[in-house]
Every structure is written in structure tokens, then in C-alpha cells.
Ligand binder design. Structure first.
Ligand code: CU
Length: 278
């Protein structure tokens, strides 16, 4: 009997500890959500700088859809390739914990999705919050196949700074008045640097300095005195970009899906080393 007790007691404590761990795990997973999305990669007529191109997009949108999740959530994205190029999607800045095959760079973590094929990415966001982005990781498809990936704090927790009045994603990009795939192919063929882009874009729009663009400038409405959270993504391919707002100071509260604490730096201009996200 005594022998039985000395074995049974430690076993019993391990059993209870195991039950407690299981329970704690279930509680932490209770609020986590699984987000299902379909990404159809397809040629879409897009008119910029007075000319319509057959542009590769996701779901016909340029830039592509914005994904919004909470820390702890799972993303399931079924990518269907209806374009004539190979494609993969990279989830830029996501720490792929035990899901390295979902990272996306072609020929590094996966074979490309062939025209007519599909692939489902599945991963969980763990311990990250802020602004990231997703983009194609095959050739130069990422010139037009990209979008914002916004990670809100875990359900029930808040930002470590005052709640902003508004949140606005700003995706800075480049537009070629040509097929971007042709631009990189030509550069590889000749050994020269790729042709520079024909316009810089904000949320896919070149703005009113460019031809045929004056009606499509991105306008973010703000009221005097309010605090705005700008989610700035440098989705340009080749250029280093600088971001500033005339007569305003910017406070950086986070970078690369981490918040900066406790005293965020202030400046009037930020240098965005590609492809950083603030
Ligand atoms: Cu990337």
C-alpha cells in the first residue's frame, strides 16, 4: 500500500498540473478567431497615367484587400492563381512559428503556385501587433500584388498609447507605365539596372502631380486637434522613400509589428528603408 501511494501521489500531481495547463490553454484560445479569405490572383484592367494596363491583382483590387486580425488569431488564405505567371504570397514580418512552409518566398519555403493552381496558407499570429503587409514573392508581381496586414492587440487588451481618433493605412508604392514583369526581365537580360518607375503612389494612386490622376488622389479627412494613427507601409520595389506631413510632427509608436515603448521618438520626417512598416 505504501509503495502504491508513493507512486500515485506524484502521478496525481502531474495529472492535475496537466489538466490546469490544458484549461489555461483553452481559455487563451477562447478569444482567438480564425479568419478565412480567398485571394484570386488575376489580370485586371487598371488605368493609371492615362493608360490602361492588364495588371495582376488580388480579387481585382489594387492595392489588394486589407487583412485585419487580432494578435493570437489564425489566418487561412486560399490563393487561387488565375494569372499567367507563377505566384506565391509572402506574409511580410510574420513570425511563422512552426509554420515555416507558410512564409511564402518562392523556391525558398515552397514551390510557386502554377497558373491554374491553388495553395492554402495557414498560420497563427503570436505575440505581434501593429502594421505589416503581404505581397507576391515571385518575380516583380509584388509591384501590384500587395496589401496591408493589420494586427490589432489581443482581444480585450489595448494599445500602450492613447486611442487615436482615426486609423489610416497608407501604402506607398511605385507604378510602371509598363508590365513590371517585362521591366525586370529586360534588366536581367541586359544586366542593366531596372527602369525607374513612372510614378510614386499612395494607396495605389499617383496623386495630382501626375497626368490623368487629379481626380483619384487619396484624401484622408482629419479634424484639427485630433490624433491620427497612420499605418505606413513602404511597398515600393526599388526606391528608398521619405515620409513627412507638412507642418506636423510624427510620433513613431511602433515598427515591424512591435510597439515602441515607453518614450516614442518624434521627428518631422521619417526615412523608410524598404520595406519597413510604421
Ligand atoms: Cu516581404
Amino acid at each position: 500500500m505504501e509503495i502504491f501511494n508513493s507512486i500515485a501521489n506524484p502521478f496525481c500531481s502531474f495529472f492535475i498540473l496537466g489538466l490546469l495547463l490544458l484549461f489555461a490553454n483553452a481559455v487563451s484560445l477562447a478569444n482567438a478567431t480564425t479568419h478565412n479569405h480567398d485571394f484570386v490572383v488575376q489580370a485586371t484592367p487598371v488605368k493609371r497615367l492615362c493608360k490602361t494596363h492588364s495588371t495582376i491583382t488580388v480579387n481585382g483590387q489594387y492595392p489588394g484587400p486589407t487583412l485585419e486580425v487580432n494578435d493570437g488569431d489564425t489566418l487561412v488564405v486560399n490563393v487561387v492563381n488565375k494569372a499567367r505567371y507563377n505566384v506565391t504570397i509572402h506574409w511580410h514580418g510574420i513570425r511563422q512559428m512552426r509554420t515555416a512552409w507558410a512564409d511564402g518566398p518562392e523556391f525558398i519555403t515552397q514551390c510557386p503556385i502554377r497558373p491554374g493552381g491553388s495553395y492554402t496558407y495557414r498560420f497563427t499570429i503570436q505575440g505581434q501587433e501593429g502594421t505589416l503587409w503581404w505581397h507576391a514573392h515571385s518575380s516583380w508581381l509584388r509591384a501590384t500584388v500587395y496589401g496591408a496586414l493589420i494586427i490589432h492587440p489581443k482581444e480585450g487588451s489595448s494599445y500602450p498609447f492613447a486611442k487615436p481618433t482615426r486609423e489610416t493605412p497608407l501604402l506607398l508604392g511605385e507604378w510602371w507605365d509598363a508590365n513590371p514583369i517585362d521591366v525586370i526581365r529586360e534588366a536581367l537580360r541586359t544586366g542593366a539596372t531596372p527602369n525607374v518607375s513612372d510614378a510614386y503612389t499612395i494607396n495605389g494612386q499617383p496623386g495630382d502631380f501626375y497626368n490623368c490622376s487629379s481626380n483619384d488622389t487619396v484624401i484622408v479627412p482629419v479634424d484639427s486637434g485630433e490624433t491620427n494613427l497612420l499605418r505606413i507601409i513602404n511597398s515600393a520595389l526599388n526606391q528608398q522613400l521619405f515620409f513627412t506631413i507638412a507642418n506636423h510632427k510624427l510620433t513613431v509608436v511602433g515598427a515591424d509589428a512591435s510597439t515602441l515603448n515607453p518614450s516614442p521618438p518624434q521627428s518631422s520626417c521619417w526615412d523608410l528603408v524598404r520595406p519597413q512598416m510604421f
